[in-house]
Design a protein around this ligand. Structure first.
Ligand code: HEM
Ligand code: HEM
Length: 233
């Protein structure tokens, strides 16, 4: 698969999943949860910024960044350098959006008197954002500016790709926990959201779309080596 571009049905499915994830999380937070605000007396609106930005940044923009070596519309004709700049810029945007998303949820907690960092979701969330920032910095220094010597770049790139994909998978897993946690809060007293109501179905469905997007990005990126099992069978 390496070296080929995925301008086929797989690429269409991938981008449809990416757009659907953002649209669904927006419908949830705006239509069902009352909207988004970074400053409001209604603290729930500050929380709502969090899921929208976490899906848009470290998942959808990061997914597009990972894929742009293979799936940009003009990928076949684009220069390596242009693709590299698209990759690092999309990741910078994904990271920036993610940082604002985490800021929003801390602001919501502080202004509502809720303790910080008590859940598995929040621990994995901090790990995700920290590793994403380190990965970006390491990639920038090694492959862009000042750039490592060619031999070191060649040695580093498979590790960069593997660790980058693991950080992306961690973001998808963290988002799954986030959806589950928020829906569980909404279904508990005092709100007691109906277990099979439209909002519950929408949240679970959005999480499934995010999961499928994660699977599609991984499948488009990994190279299956069929010779690896020759000695086993
Ligand atoms: C890459 C994705 C995500 C990351 C990195 C992330 C990160 C975080 C972090 C660091 C916190 C802790 C804030 C604090 O302690 O003050 C948090 C809280 C929270 N997040 Fe996320 N989040 C992500 C996606 C989501 C999604 C999609 C939802 C869905 C609603 C969500 C729901 C929540 C909830 C309910 C809290 C408050 C409760 C808690 O601290 O566990 N998160 N998130
Ligand atoms: C958090 C940020 C980043 C993540 C998660 C990430 C992730 C990845 C992944 C998964 C791949 C493999 C893509 C494929 O196999 O098609 C890759 C390739 C690559 N990345 Fe990054 N990356 C990040 C930042 C950067 C930065 C800042 C640079 C600086 C220029 C960079 C340069 C590269 C290069 C040169 C490749 C090799 C592409 C190839 O020859 O196929 N990355 N990255």
């Amino acid at each position: 698969m390496k070296g080929s571009t995925i301008m086929d049905g797989r690429s269409v499915v991938l981008h449809v999943l990416a757009v659907a994830a953002v649209v669904l999380v927006l419908v949830w937070c705006v239509h069902f949860r009352g909207g988004l605000a970074l400053q409001s007396t209604n603290k729930a609106l500050i929380f709502n910024v969090h899921p929208v930005l976490m899906i848009t940044g470290p998942i959808v923009l990061a997914g597009e960044a990972i894929l742009c070596y293979r799936s940009l519309p003009m990928a076949a004709t684009m220069s390596r350098d242009a693709r590299k700049k698209a990759h690092l810029s999309l990741h910078a945007a994904g990271l920036a959006v993610g940082v604002v998303g985490v800021y929003a949820v801390f602001k919501f907690h502080v202004e509502s008197g809720i303790p910080n960092l008590y859940s598995l979701h929040s621990w994995l969330g901090i790990a995700t954002v920290s590793l994403y920032a380190i990965q970006w910095l390491a990639g920038f220094l090694a492959f862009f500016f000042p750039g490592a010597p060619p031999a070191a770049r060649r040695a580093a790139v498979p590790w960069h790709a593997l660790i980058g994909l693991l950080v992306f998978v961690l973001a998808v897993a963290t988002a799954q926990l986030g959806f589950l946690e928020k829906l569980t809060f909404l279904q508990a007293p005092p709100l007691r959201l109906p277990k099979y109501g439209p909002e519950a179905l929408l949240v679970n469905f959005t999480a499934v779309v995010v999961l499928l997007l994660g699977v599609a990005v991984v499948l488009a990126t990994v190279t299956v080596d069929s010779t690896r099992y020759n000695t086993i069978i």
